[in-house]
Structure formats: C-alpha cells, structure tokens
Design a binder for this molecule. Structure first.
Ligand code: GRF
Length: 217
C-alpha cells in the first residue's frame, strides 16, 4: 500500500517531529513525512526537517489579517503537497472549527497529560499542584474543542515525590516520543477506526499489569 503522505505542524523545538521522522524512516512504515509547516520562522524543528530532506513551509500567523486567511494558507500548502494526514506537534495556534472539520479524523494532536485531565497549558505545573500519582500523554484526533477528541494512544507516567516541572516534563516527553509514532502508524495503516466517537484498534492488546504509585511496600 502507498504510504500516507503526512504533514507535521510545529511552532518550536520539534522533538516529536523528530520522533515521527525517525519512525517513518523505517521501510515498513505506513506513513511518510512529506511536509513540515511552522508558524514561526525560528522554530528549531525546521532544521530537523531540512536535515532529513523534507519540504518545509513557514506560514507566519502574523502575516494574515484573519485567522481564516492563516488557515486557508495552511490548507492550500497541505493540498499542494498532496497530504492525507496532519500531525500537530507543539503547534501553538488553536485551529478553528471549519479547519478541524475539513480534516476530521485525519488530524492528530499530542497533549502532555492523560486526557481528559489537565487540558490546556502549564500542564505539568498543574499536575504537580494537584498531587496526582500518575500523569502521561495522549495522542488524539482533533475536534473543535481544545485538547479533546477520540483517543488513539496514551502512556501513563508516574509522578515522583521530588519531581520538578522540568523533570516531569522530560519523563513525559520520552513517552510522547513513543506514543506519537505508534498513533500515526495505527491511523495510517487503517488499523484504527473511529466508531461512535471512540477509536477502535484492530488487534489492540492492553497491558496486563496494574501499577501502584507508591509501589507496593
Ligand atoms: C510537547 O510536550 C507536546 O505534548 C505539546 O508541546 C510539546 C512540543 O514539544 N503539545 P516538541 O516541539 O515536539 O519538542
């Protein structure tokens, strides 16, 4: 089967983009990263894309007088590059309902919490304040509501008593780099389908262990 042409939208560092590029370099990958779009010219992630020989476009939101103008430019670039799937990876602009609908079930996002808990920004600070014992990350299909939509893959990450925002963010980020390639592969290969607003994965197996935090004494 032809690989699904995938675009990644970024605004910054691009470590998830890098994980996606690495995973799609495997000969058996169902997706290929065909385009990287950034709304910021100084996004470090653009260098990862160029180094991998991937087409890049900078579409600065500030250059447009309306949000719809900005989104139309993104939509045009996606069509010009014959893109089938779109991954948001640290893309710091909220997309409007018309754009989200246009790319319905073909638009993914990663969020650094176990959704639906801790939607929005400053996730790790709020996780530490809440004193929860587990956090994690979620890859989901995008819906108009921010940080909501059918869940493809989640990772549970333990919170340690001595965690800082930075140490927790680093542990969650390592999990993100495993989850995003898995989620893209599931969608691109056709193994994941949306049924009644939930993702059903052909042949998926849940882990068999229940984990306690603190661990059993
Ligand atoms: C990640 O933590 C992701 O979950 C969030 O923004 C961050 C992007 O990091 N949406 P990077 O640019 O992929 O390194």
């Amino acid at each position: 089967m032809a690989r699904r042409r995938t675009a990644v939208l970024i605004s910054g560092r691009g470590s998830n983009l890098r994980a996606l590029i690495e995973a799609c370099a495997r000969p058996d990958a169902s997706a290929e990263i065909a385009l990287v779009i950034s709304n910021r010219a100084d996004a470090a992630g653009l260098d990862h894309a160029s180094a991998a020989g991937i087409a890049t476009e900078v579409i600065p939101h500030g250059a447009f007088s309306t949000q719809v103008g900005f989104e139309n430019a993104i939509d045009r670039a996606l069509h010009e590059h014959a893109v089938a799937l779109v991954c948001l990876a640290g893309f710091m602009r909220v997309l409007s309902p018309w754009f989200v609908e246009r790319w319905r079930d073909r638009l993914l996002n990663i969020h650094p919490s176990l959704l639906p808990a801790f939607r929005g920004l400053d996730t790790h600070r709020r996780v530490l304040e809440a004193g929860v014992r587990f956090t994690g990350c979620t890859v989901h299909l995008v819906r108009a509501e921010v940080d909501a939509g059918p869940i493809l893959v989640q990772a549970a990450v333990p919170v340690r008593q001595d965690d800082t925002e930075a140490s927790l963010a680093a542990r969650v980020l390592a999990a993100e780099h495993r989850c995003y390639p898995m989620a893209l592969e599931l969608l691109a290969s056709g193994r994941a389908q949306v049924i009644d607003e939930r993702v059903v994965i052909d042949g998926a197996m849940a882990p068999d262990a229940t984990v306690l935090n603190p661990r059993s004494l």
